[in-house]
Design a protein around this ligand. Structure first.
Ligand code: J2J
Length: 537
């Protein structure tokens, strides 16, 4: 019986039939993908984390022990479990344990805090919350206790230790191991991922096993992932780029090795590359620049590195052109979105394509159209809005009918909010954005979410949050604030505003970098705040 989660927009049957007959969707779940490899190469190293090597055999065993533990808690197929973890070694076993039992992990960035997590726990009606004691100075053990009090649907919290094993983990692992079996179907929702968002409340993205694996398998080929791949994972494991483009799922599907790390800075990443013979890594543009500009390049042997994949935000052609000479790796540009479509440049393409395009769609069944403001297709080579539909692109956000009506066309194309050019060969160049979102070096911020919180600040009359140009990050966040009449403007500093938002429990990367007080906002002809003009300032 298929799992029916209310609030999920299914793929129309005719598309499902086509995606299966064309081989994009196969009869496999994510858990089955892993256990096939566990059987085939039990002694190969799957994960290297904190000096510990975990073989595929050990990984399979740990997955099945966690699976027994979650089952004992009463977590079943279809139950949502918020997974709020940084790149620690148990991330992968816990994720696959949830896949194994058909539970639906809600993948939350470790950088998120109370404001966001509380919302996701409630919105998805999660039955369990899995986190780590502390991360980046945040006390998530305390957050777990708060959520237990405040969220009626939440029955269990599991808190990992920052070092070593926690009592919660020991308890979970104390139930023996399940046998691997089919407990969910390829068409089931496998997990919920969080969108970068454009609205006050972030949107939730449901992916099925078959839709996700279609993209994983195709990216593996384009990214040249094999059993010999050693992939350093510096991006958050829960992010789409890190998961499937080709990501750690791609590497695990081939029996390669992943090396998750909490920190991608050269002093941590370069020694890991040298020590473990890392061949492959995916990064956001600001980190690529830090690596390129680091003098530590000369100190460590980085010759094993074959592919530096860059995406999440626009990578300049100038920086891309430096990678081969300075890091000895081939650049693979990737443009993609958690909602679905991904594009890559090929590894053996000419330099112009590699440095100045963001790639072409991963799956032969990906449909891409570039349209003007009226929705009319524009000529090849002309900038326009990117709309897309395909075997790995969702048909709607979870439990969001009004938002879906605006962001998907009647025939199921997702309106990405990106402005692109498509060349004759089908390669895309990203030239801009129509959605109200800030891309702060690959980290996505919904201005409306920050604005809504700031409107509750006493001294604030009105606020508009925009991205302004930044050399390293591409964009940083600026808040234009109109003070309340007669209020004390000395209360409105960058420091007080950031503190206010921190106290509200907002993730640190969403805090404004700059604040400017203004008397009023420039308005467009129809009276809307002119964000376009603000972005130039
Ligand atoms: C310009 N903008 C880009 C790029 C993403 C692979 C790679 C990236 C993501 C990702 C992903 C860009 N140049 N190279 O999920 O699987 C902006 C666009 C896009 C939004 C999606 C993957 N690569 N972007 O970044 O869901 O605006 O996914 O719509 O985080 O990032 O962000 P996200």
């Amino acid at each position: 019986e298929p799992l029916l989660l209310d609030g999920v927009v299914p793929y129309p049957e005719e598309f499902a039939v086509r995606y299966r007959s064309e081989g994009h969707w196969t009869d496999q779940t994510l858990a089955e993908m892993l256990f096939e490899v566990v059987e085939r190469v039990p002694d190969k190293t799957a994960i290297i984390a904190d000096e510990v090597r975990i073989t595929y055999g050990d990984l399979g065993e740990r997955v099945l022990r966690f699976a027994a533990g979650f089952t004992d808690l009463g977590i079943n197929r279809g139950d949502r479990v918020v997974l709020h973890l940084p790149n620690v070694s148990d991330y992968v076993p816990i994720l696959f344990a949830l896949f194994e039992i058909g539970a639906v992990p809600v993948l939350a960035l470790a950088a998120l805090r109370r404001h966001e997590i509380e919302y996701f726990v409630e919105f998805t009606e999660a039955r369990a919350y899995v986190t780590i004691e502390t991360h980046a100075g945040n006390d998530f053990a305390a957050l777990a206790r708060e959520l237990e009090e405040s969220s009626p649907n939440l029955e269990h919290t599991v808190v990992l230790a920052t070092d070593g094993t926690s009592a919660d983990v020991e308890q979970l692992l104390s139930h023996g191991a399940l046998g691997h079996a089919r407990r969910s179907l390829p068409s089931d929702v496998a997990f919920l991922q969080l969108s970068g968002g454009t609205t006050g409340q972030p949107k939730v993205i449901p992916h099925t096993h078959e839709d996700y694996l279609a993209s994983v398998r195709a990216s593996v080929k384009i990214g040249a992932i094999t059993g010999d791949t050693v992939q350093l994972v510096v991006l958050p494991l829960c992010h789409s780029f890190a998961m499937r483009s080709p990501g750690f799922l791609g590497v695990l599907s081939q029996g390669g090795t992943i090396v998750p790390t909490l920190n991608g800075s050269p002093d941590v990443a370069f020694p890991l590359i040298a020590q473990h013979g890392v061949t492959d890594v995916s990064v956001v543009p600001p980190l690529a620049l830090v690596w390129l500009n680091s003098s530590l390049k000369e100190r460590y042997d980085l010759t094993s590195l074959q592919v530096l994949r860059v995406g999440g935000a626009k990578f300049s052609a100038q920086a891309a052109g430096r990678v081969r000479a300075e890091l000895g790796a081939t650049v693979q540009q990737s443009f993609g979105m958690a909602e679905g479509l991904t594009t890559f440049t090929g590894l053996d393409e000419d330099d112009d394509t590699i440095t100045s395009r963001q790639g072409r769609p991963t799956l032969s069944a990906d449909e891409v159209v570039v349209v003007d403001d009226e929705g009319t297709v524009v000529p090849t080579g002309t900038a326009g809005h990117l709309w897309t539909r395909g075997p790995s692109t969702i048909r709607g956000y979870y439990r969001a009918p009004e938002h879906n009506a605006q962001n998907f066309t009647a025939d199921g194309f997702y309106k990405t909010g990106d402005i692109v050019l498509e060349d004759e060969r089908g390669y895309l160049t990203v030239v801009g954005r129509s959605k109200d979102q800030i891309n702060r070096g690959g980290e996505k911020i919904a201005p409306e979410e920050v604005e809504n919180l700031l409107l509750a600040f006493d001294a604030v009359h009105d606020v508009s949050v925009v991205g302004v140009p930044d050399e390293m990050l591409g964009e940083r966040t600026k808040a234009f604030v109109v003070p309340r009449a007669g209020g004390d403007t000395s209360l409105l500093t960058l420091g007080t505003i950031r503190k206010f938002l921190r106290d509200k429990g907002l993730a640190a990367y969403k805090l404004p970098d700059v604040v400017e007080l203004v008397d009023e906002f420039e308005r467009t002809a129809v009276g809307k705040v002119s964000k376009l003009n603000q972005r130039a300032k």
